[in-house]
Design a protein around this ligand. Structure first.
Ligand SMILES: C[S@@+](CC[C@H](N)C(=O)[O-])C[C@H]1O[C@@H](n2cnc3c(N)ncnc32)[C@H](O)[C@@H]1O
Length: 396
């Protein structure tokens, strides 16, 4: 495997960066005009090594559009965990997750959230993911610091780890807090894109997505590179919903770089902070391999209708059907391109799998699931077959 060096840039003082601010172009849509930091002052596509609080202090104020943070959980695990067959369970026992007390954890949380708030633009937003161990403490501190909570998203794991001891309910979800800088700030929310991604039903705050496994899981010598690598589908939805193309996303707890890999695919800029050298190297190698989507696939829907058990968009964000893939119907005489939000484009037509199928046939309606075919393992199959494969793979 090619050696990838961790890219480091000399710290720049926030004052110098701010001295180079330019006035934003005329306010577009409902956004307020805000001073913008010149891009050259940001260490884009860089993982800043060391402690994230110190790392964020190197960044200019009001310079990033979104923060995605997956901080230590403070799991406080006592002893090893085993399955009923005696095999060892990979749990988070690393030093980066250890804190002496709740007070120490709270102090650290306040410090990094304060820096995240400083570097966020006034109309930016923040996502923090956590479990019952930490998310309530994090949420309270966010409110204390002035963040305005917009949603708490429940990521329901399609295939969670069982509770081996049988002493509690299976812990089958994590919570993501999504917050703006304040009650009045004009944060980005791509409502229409989310509705399209969800087969034209309003996207809800409970998301069923599989945990990171299979080929996506980074491994070295057969072992997981990182105990808490997040699935790309989760970041895909977060970024598609709350950022625009070219926006800058900062992840202070970069780990194996899930945020960077998805940002690159979706045409967003990224900056990471990570204290462990091994994770930084793994992340850079991974991001190097991530392929950005082309312009046509990246354009997302501005309008949409209908809803089965699995949304077509779920197949796209989980990678079962790739953005940019070609769908065909009527023995190849009708074709369409899959876009990043799960919409289709065919010539001038854009819409869902159902609406594009209907318009192409001049029909009042169409069941896109059985109408469209895709090449899978050398054979043309209805996209419904891929949906069935997805359902099978996520069965508990
Ligand atoms: C929960 S993991 C993030 C995993 C990541 N989302 C992924 O998909 O790979 C938290 C990461 O934060 C890093 N970390 C913990 N404390 C840190 C600190 N003070 N500064 C920078 N990185 C830190 C850990 O090394 C760990 O990789």
């Amino acid at each position: 495997m090619a050696t990838v060096l961790v890219k480091e840039r000399a710290p720049k003082s926030p004052a110098r960066a701010l001295a180079r601010t330019i006035t934003a172009p005329r306010a577009r849509s409902r956004k307020l005009p805000v001073p913008q930091v010149a891009r050259e002052d940001l260490p884009l596509s860089t993982i800043i090594p060391g402690d994230c609080v110190e790392a964020m202090r190197q960044l200019p104020s009001a310079s990033v559009d979104m923060v995605f943070a997956d901080p230590p959980y403070n799991l406080q695990l006592g002893g090893d965990l085993s399955r009923p067959d005696g095999s060892h369970v990979d749990a988070v026992t690393d030093d980066w997750d250890k804190f002496d007390s709740f007070a120490t954890y709270d102090k650290f949380t306040r410090e990094w959230l304060t820096e995240a708030r400083r570097v966020l633009k006034p109309n930016g937003s923040i996502w923090v993911i956590g479990s019952y161990h930490n998310i309530f403490r994090v949420g309270a501190i966010m409110q204390d610091l002035g963040f305005w909570i917009l949603n708490d998203i429940v990521w329901r794991k399609a295939n969670p780890m069982p509770n081996f001891k049988g002493t509690r309910f299976t812990n089958a979800h994590e919570t993501l807090i999504w917050a703006s800088m304040g009650e009045k700030s004009r944060y980005t929310f791509n409502y229409r894109t989310m509705k399209t991604l969800n087969d034209e039903l309003q996207m809800r705050s409970d998301w069923v997505l599989p945990i990171c496994s299979g080929g996506e899981r980074l491994k070295k010598g057969g072992s997981k590179v990182h105990p808490t690598q997040k699935p790309e589908s989760l970041l895909y939805r977060v970024m598609l919903a709350t950022t625009n193309k070219g926006d800058v996303v900062l992840d202070p707890f970069f780990g194996t770089g899930t945020t960077g890999a998805v940002a690159k695919r979706l045409g967003r800029e990224w900056i990471g902070c990570e204290r462990e050298t091994g994770y930084r190297e793994a992340a850079l190698e991974r991001i190097e391999l991530a392929l950005p989507l082309d312009e046509a696939a990246l354009t997302t829907m501005q309008s949409p209708k209908a809803a089965p058990k699995v949304a077509f968009g779920t197949l796209v964000e989980t990678g079962w059907i790739k953005p940019g893939a070609k769908l065909s119907a009527k023995k190849g005489t009708l074709n369409a391109l899959v876009r990043a939000d799960g919409s289709l484009s065919s010539g001038e037509l854009v819409g869902s799998i159902h609406s594009v199928g209907a318009k192409l046939q001049g029909a009042p309606s169409c069941n896109g699931w059985t109408f469209w075919n895709i090449e899978h393992e050398g054979q043309m199959k209805p996209i419904d077959a891929i949906r069935q494969l997805y359902l099978l793979s996520t069965e508990p």
